[in-house]
Design a protein around this ligand. Structure first.
Ligand SMILES: [Fe+2]
Length: 416
């Protein structure tokens, strides 16, 4: 079956750049492409082009739910999404090394579905940024800017620079706990977040996304978040409208310093897409020279959770490729607890240096499930809200799992 057109059209986005105060031509080919209105994963019709920037403001033009992600190289680009009322088309980003900004980028805007009551989504992509650099920015348009915020670009790809990221997933219908978890993660000052899916209970309910991003105010505007699609996102347009990620936004890879992140979607719209991802991942992992290879998706291949347990299909289809491809961590959610396997190779315990360690960090608010430690592959489990902090430095990866109160649940260290 041919891929839906949606999957073939890269969600590239562009903006034109004016250098304020400089009488020079804008740099050529920044980002390139155009911003499309994303369709749902089940919709194979052609995406619509978003409205290009126009300096028009409606009655309630102040930006809200400003959040960061990557649609391209984390060391030189940043994607920004925010919301306003329906009538505001102004979609600008001012950015620079201080609050004088100095550069302005234009984006585009669109409605989610046909319901203009949800207001307008604005998306802009910044390119040709300097690696390892903190930028100030604000979004909106003249007279209606968001508060100043900052982001920091990734180190150069391949650079053995220390970094830290946070992992969680499965807030579902409990955004109060998601907010508390963000506060707890903030105390560790991660460089970015990985979210393993099921942000909401029903992806079609925009009110749930509103609550999720409202809880993220003050967090998601200065630390990028990488999303794996969960089964509760249901492949709806709300999801694709509110995230900006590479390619089809479902399966892609990103490099951050000396790490290579492979993001997969295990709740696919089209039969065969898991197999397609297996082939894609095998080639993707073969092509990287990164020391640290880390996978993120939603459903755990290995789990002793009493509600869902292991996903045997993924054990068969994806785990051998990850293990042969040198993936050190397979990070997932879906089974609402914390779990870590022994390092595994073909389902058998091996050394941390040789195997893939399977981690379930699914405690961002969803009702907790049980764990009976029933499988020999499970080393640690804890039935509690949780998040994971991963530090990479000096050839060592250290994973620490915390509960909502900041108590350490688990620590895992490996070298490569
Ligand atoms: Fe799930």
């Amino acid at each position: 079956m041919p891929l839906p057109l949606f999957l073939l059209v890269p969600l590239l986005a562009c903006h034109t750049i004016e250098k304020i105060g400089l009488d020079t031509a804008p740099p050529a080919n920044l980002c390139g492409g155009e911003i499309f209105v994303p369709l749902a994963g089940y919709d194979d019709s052609s995406p619509d082009l978003a409205d290009a920037h126009a300096a028009r403001f409606g009655a309630d033009p102040e930006p809200y739910h400003v959040h960061l992600s990557w649609a391209d190289d984390p060391s030189t680009t940043m994607a920004l999404i925010w919301r306003t009322d329906a009538d505001t088309t102004a979609t600008q980003v001012q950015y620079g090394l201080d609050t004088d900004y100095g550069s302005t980028g234009n984006g585009a805007s669109f409605f989610v579905g046909v319901d203009q009551a949800n207001g307008r989504v604005h998306e802009a992509h910044l390119c040709e940024l300097t690696p390892g650099t903190t930028y100030h920015y604000r979004v909106g348009g003249e007279g209606h800017w968001s508060a100043d915020a900052t982001f920091t670009t990734a180190p150069n790809p391949g650079e053995a620079a220390p970094f830290r990221f946070a992992v969680t997933g499965d807030s579902r219908d409990n955004q109060a706990t998601w907010g508390l978890l963000l506060d707890a993660m903030e105390s560790h000052a991660p460089d970015f977040y990985l979210f393993s899916g099921d942000a909401v209970d029903l992806g079609v309910n925009m009110s749930e996304w509103d609550a999720w991003f409202a809880a993220g105010e003050g967090h998601l505007d200065h630390r990028p978040l990488v999303f794996a699609h969960g089964n509760h996102e249901f492949q709806v347009q709300n999801y694709y409208a509110l995230v900006a990620q590479p390619g089809n936004e479902q399966w892609f890879s990103l490099d951050y310093a000396d790490a290579h992140f492979v993001v997969l979607n295990d709740t696919v719209a089209t039969a065969g897409d898991r197999e397609l991802q297996a082939a894609w991942m095998e080639a993707d992992l073969a092509a990287t020279e990164a020391k640290w290879r880390i996978a993120l998706h939603h459903m755990p291949a290995y789990s002793s959770c009493t509600t869902h347990g292991s996903n045997v299909d993924l054990q068969t289809l994806w785990s051998p490729i990850e293990e042969a491809g040198g993936v050190v961590l397979d990070l997932t959610g879906h089974n609402h607890n914390y779990e870590r396997s022994y390092p595994l190779l073909d389902g058998a315990q091996t050394t941390a240096e040789l195997g893939t360690t399977y981690v379930v960090a699914a405690g961002a608010g969803a009702v907790l499930y049980g764990n009976d430690l029933s499988n020999a592959f499970t080393e640690v489990a804890a039935v509690t809200e949780n998040f994971v902090i991963v530090d990479v430095a000096d050839g060592t990866l250290t994973l620490t799992a915390y509960d909502l109160g900041g108590n350490v649940l688990d620590r895992f260290v490996t070298t490569r």
